[in-house]
Design a protein around this ligand. Structure first.
Ligand code: AMP
Ligand code: MG
Length: 475
């Protein structure tokens, strides 16, 4: 039986889109985790994926039947600085599968060895960041956030040399595609308009089929990506999620979250919170995420500009108009998210102010983001404020607007998020060979909206000595 029935559309694009090569073998592949639920969603049999042969394949030791392994080319703006050539330096796309519902997914190995795009890197991934990406990406999926997923984690039996020596691992990442804003930039920067057009056709067929019927399909594509990214970032904001490395190569065309390097969920609310150790200027701080997303989308608009229809003035006006519409898309999506979090129906003039007022008193008290919103359901939000008078005043306005303590609120405001200290503890234990905390954390996070008293500890913010102040890319 074929373990993975591949159907590889990206590999049918011209040679300059990638480098064809196989993963580099590892010493002793062993399975850390197989995501049975995701396997089934993809139409794959988890038991077949767990055979020694497939575990070895997911470690990179042989190419599974039907795969056409390749490293994708892309460029990108990193912290605002232009890098004309990035590409998969430590990842290999094995190919794509069609799920039973017809949805197409990339199957990619991350940490699979050097490629022509590795520059000075070793192409490997340490175990810690692999566990981190597994936990946080799966938590995001359970929270309903569009995201890449984690199908498997395989230990390599090899060491990876970073600040410390860590065991190596390979993550099997699943995405509806890995095409990024930086993929378009790669070709646009080379004035390879034919490639930009082929790539646009590829992603329209894959992610925006409705754009094909529009008078200007490229403009429709641009508008589609802008709308999806606006909705995505609004969702992040509503969960207190900080991506941490919103470079254009980490901005997908599909609208999925990608790259779980230095990301973090906030505990105490600070609108300008930064966790990433390399984000010195706070470029990717929580509160900057919407305008950074817009900046990234302006780079996409630039790349697509020559392909828009009309003369130069018309093309510029169309692209500018699409990018300028981002704040309205974002604001609408954000208001919808936040109204749901407050359990208020319809739309009223003062809603944005009501939301901002709550966020402002939360910031002042550094109230726990998740517990405050969750606590609206049972009245315990008040306990988040050392001096509850301002909260009481706010709660009165909330009630006047129709806000009530109801169970409905527990279906939008999660109890369980991947808090940094929990993630770090699960990783630390995994590095010592005990994956029980990793498994338990995954199980808790797979159902984030249902209170389970036995898991109450997972709802709590860190004790002072458990606080995590910084996160690392871990590349
Ligand atoms: P990231 O910071 O994960 O978005 O990666 C940015 C770029 O660095 C991409 O081109 C990666 O493929 C590359 N890269 C990151 N880590 C490594 C590594 N260990 N070896 C080779 N390339 C890497
Ligand atoms: Mg990346």
């Amino acid at each position: 039986m074929t373990a993975i029935p591949f159907d590889n559309s990206f590999a049918r694009l011209p040679d300059r889109f990638y480098a064809r090569l196989a993963p580099e073998p590892v010493s002793a592949p062993s399975l850390i985790k197989m995501n049975h639920g995701l396997a089934r969603r993809l139409g794959l049999d988890p038991a077949t994926l767990e055979t020694p042969e497939m575990v070895a394949a997911l470690g990179g030791n042989h190419v599974p039947s039907g795969a056409e392994p390749l490293a994708q080319a892309y460029a990108g703006h990193q912290f605002g600085g232009w890098s004309p050539q990035l590409g998969d330096g430590r990842a290999i796309l094995l190919g794509e599968v069609l799920a039973p519902d017809g949805a197409r997914f990339d199957i990619q190995l991350k940490g699979s060895g050097q490629t022509p795009f590795s520059r000075r890197g070793d192409g490997r991934a340490p175990l810690g960041p692999v566990l981190r990406e597994y936990i946080v990406s799966e938590a995001m999926a359970a929270l309903g956030v569009p995201t890449t997923r984690s199908l498997a984690a395989v230990a390599t039996g090899d060491r990876v040399y970073r600040e410390t020596i860590e065991p190596g691992a390979v993550l099997t990442r699943v995405a509806s595609s890995h095409v990024r804003v930086g993929t378009f930039q790669f070709f646009a920067a080379r004035d390879d308009l034919e490639a930009v057009r082929l790539l646009a056709d590829h992603v329209i067929a894959r992610h925006y089929p409705e754009a094909a019927g529009e008078p200007d399909p490229i403009l429709a594509l641009l508008k589609g990506v802008i709308a999806r990214q606006a909705a995505l970032v609004a969702r992040w904001m509503a969960l207190g999620f900080i991506h941490g490395v919103m470079n254009t190569d980490n901005t997908t065309i599909s609208g999925e979250t990608i790259d779980y390097g230095p990301c973090a969920f906030m505990d105490g609310f600070d609108p300008m919170r930064v966790f990433s150790s390399i984000d010195h200027g706070g470029r990717y701080a929580y509160g900057n995420q919407p305008r950074i997303a817009q900046w990234n989308l302006a780079r996409l608009a630039q790349s697509l500009l020559p392909l828009l229809s009309g003369d130069e003035d018309a093309r510029l006006a169309a692209a500018q108009g699409a990018v300028d519409a981002f704040p309205d898309h974002f604001q609408a999506a954000w208001l919808a998210e936040m109204r749901a979090k407050l359990g208020i129906e319809g739309a009223e003039e003062g809603d944005a102010g009501l939301i901002e007022d709550l966020l402002s008193i939360m910031a002042e008290a550094e109230a726990d983001f998740t517990l405050t919103f969750r606590g609206l359901a049972d009245g315990s939000a008040r306990d988040r404020f050392p001096d509850p008078r301002r909260f009481d005043k706010w709660a009165q306005a909330w009630r006047e607007r129709g806000g009530r303590e109801t169970d409905a609120l527990t279906r939008v405001n999660p109890a369980y998020i991947p808090r940094n200290h929990l993630v770090e503890a699960a990783i630390a234990s995994g590095l010592n060979g005990n994956f029980d905390p990793f498994e338990e954390l995954l199980a808790v996070l797979s159902d984030p909206f249902t209170d389970r008293p036995e898991h109450a500890a997972y709802t709590q913010p860190p004790k002072p000595e458990e606080r995590v102040y910084q996160t690392f890319c871990g590349t």
